[in-house]
Design a protein around this ligand. Sequence first.
Ligand SMILES: *Cc1c(COP(=O)(O)O)cnc(C)c1O
Length: 374
Amino acid sequence: MNSTIKFLDLKDTTARCSGEIKEAVERVIDSGRYLHGEATEELERMLAETCETEFAVGVSNGLDAIRLILRANIELGRLKPGDKVIAPANTYIASILPIEEFGLRTLLIEPDPVSMNLDLKRAAEAAADPDVKAVIAVHLYGNPCWGEELNDLASRGIMIIEDNAQGIGARSATAGIHGTHATGGLGHAAAISFYPTKNVGALGDAGGVTTNDPELAGMIRTLANYGADRRYHNICCGYNCRMDEIQAAILGVKMRRLQEETKMRREAADTYLCHINRPGVILPHIARGDEAVWHQFVIRNPRRDELKSYLEANGVGTDIHYAVPPHKQPCFEGRFKESLPIAETMANEILSLPIANITPQQATRVAEIINSFQ
Ligand SMILES: *Cc1c(COP(=O)(O)O)cnc(C)c1O
C-alpha cells in the first residue's frame, strides 16, 4: 500500500530500452565516426519529421540551440543588439539567458493564468512597440503556445522563435506560419532540448534546431562548427556546439519510443484530470483541439508547500517548475524592474506531480492522496 511513487526515476526510463541503447552505442564505437556521422544525420531526419520542418540541426544542448538561433539571426542581419525580444515571465531561465547574452533586450510578459503559457493578448499589445523584433514562444510543460496573435505578429515581420524544449511531439489546433501543426514547426525556428529529464532524453547533453528556413539552418550549422561553412573556411566567429554521435545514436532509440512514451504520459494526465477533485486545487487546462505532451503535470494551490509535504509524507515525490521566476534570480538583480504579479503568484502555487513512467493505478492513488488533503 505504502510503496513510494518517485517524481522521476531516470534509471527506470533508461532500463526500458537499455538493450537497444547499448547496441546503438556499440555501433558508434565500432564505426570510428564520433561526430557528424550517420546517427546524427538519422536523428536530424527524425527530428525534422516530428516537427514537420524541412531542416533540423543536431547541436550540443537546448540552451545552445536558442543561442545559435539568435546569433544566426544577428549574423543574417535580421536582429541587432538593442532589439527587444518578448518572452514569458514564468519560463525556465534558459529561454532568456541567450537574449541577454547578445545585447538584445528581454521584454518579460505575464503568463495567461489558465494556460500557464505566454499571454498572447498581452504579447500582441507589447509588440506594438516598434523595437520588438522577436518573440520566444515557450511550449511550457508540453502545452503548445500558439494562436492567431502569433501568426499576425509574424505577418508584421516579427520573428517567432519556439522554445520547444518541453514540447516535442505536441500539436497546436491553430496552424503555424507554414500551415503545419506540430510544435517546432509553427514559427520561424525552434529550439529543442534532449536534457535527460526531457520527454526525449539523452544520457547526457544534446539539443537541436528545427526550421523551414534554409539560410538560417545553414548559418546555424556553420556557427555550431567554429563558423566554418566548409573545411578551414571560417566566415564568422563561431562556437563548438556539435552533437555527440553517441548521444545521437541513443536519441535515435528514444525518438522511436516517443509516441509510446507520450501515450503513457497522456494516460496518467487523463487519470489526474478525471480523479483530482479537491476544491481549491486548480488543474492544468489544455485548449480545445491542442494536443499536449505533458512534460509536466502542474497543479496549483495557495497552500502549495503544505500540499507538497503532505504528498511527501504519503510517499509521493513532487517538484516545482519553477520556484523562482527568472526576473527574481540574483543574476538579473536590477535588470527587470517591473513587478510581474501573475508569474510571481504562480511560482508560489505550482506543484508538478509525477507524470513520466507512472501507471494509471499510481496516478489514481496520487489523486486520492490529494483529495484527502485537509
Ligand atoms: C531544458 C530547457 C532549456 C534548456 O535546455 P538544455 O538542454 O538543458 O540546455 C531551455 N528552455 C526550456 C523551457 C527548458 O525546459
